[in-house]
Design a protein around this ligand. Structure first.
Ligand code: TYD
Length: 215
């Protein structure tokens, strides 16, 4: 595939979304076309699935149904948005992707990281991120940030214990699938976090460009 696929991961309120917007602007300044998208969602059908997943009314949603809905939303997102844009040579940035399912459904909901990876392999097909940036920040700190600026959704209401588990889930998932993962210290200021991300992405894009040129 000709483009570059970046996913940004972290516990709720880790600052991913703000940095994703800055990265989009910066990469565009360097002459690339950038698609910024998110999960769950990212397509019309995906956004409908997101509504089911995040609705406070759906407290009876079973763990397996939840994992499969996240994977379904991902399959639609890949087929409709991510793969076509990568084939077109664009940079695609997704705010959350498969590592969210590994950490939240696989580890925190105790479905098993590897089993959740298996259902997601079917959903993703050949579309795996060229780079996964994990925003590393203690849940106590990130939850405080989050509750300051938005209303809690169903998942966030489960609070800090759940977020701690999610954080451990990310760590375990990274141990199992370290390929293409970079851990970013997200306790730093937004500028510092942004600079660290850009350094990594520049390295990747330079490498991709020079290998294309030498073909
Ligand atoms: P969102 O409001 O987008 O949160 P954030 O701004 O933190 O990304 O809500 C997405 C929620 O869905 C978030 O709590 C993480 C959860 N999630 C999963 O549990 N599994 C997944 O595969 C994905 C993509 C998200």
């Amino acid at each position: 595939m000709r483009g570059y696929f970046l996913s940004i991961e972290g516990t709720d309120g880790s600052g991913k979304s703000s940095v994703a917007n800055l990265l989009k602007e910066e990469i565009e300044k360097n002459g690339f076309e950038v698609i910024l998208t998110r999960e769950p969602g990212g397509s019309k059908i995906g956004e409908q699935i997101r509504d089911i997943l995040l609705s406070k009314e759906n407290s009876e949603l079973s763990k397996k149904c939840e994992a499969l809905l996240y994977a379904s939303s991902r399959a639609q997102h890949v087929d409709e948005v991510i793969r076509p844009n990568l084939l077109d040579g664009k940079v695609v940035i997704s705010d959350r992707y498969v590592f969210s399912s590994l950490a939240y459904q696989g580890y925190s909901r105790e479905l098993g990281i590897e089993d959740v990876m298996d259902i997601n392999k079917f959903a993703m097909g050949d579309v795996y991120p060229d780079r996964i940036l994990f925003f590393d920040i203690e849940p106590e700190v990130s939850i405080k940030r989050r509750f300051n600026d938005s209303v809690a959704d169903r998942i966030e209401q489960e609070g800090v214990l759940f977020q701690n588990k999610v954080y451990n889930g990310y760590m375990e998932s990274i141990k199992l699938y370290p390929e293409n993962v970079s851990i970013i210290d997200a306790r730093l200021t937004i500028d510092e976090v942004f600079n660290r991300c850009i350094e990594i992405i520049r390295g990747d894009l330079d490498e991709a460009l020079s290998s294309n040129n030498s073909r």
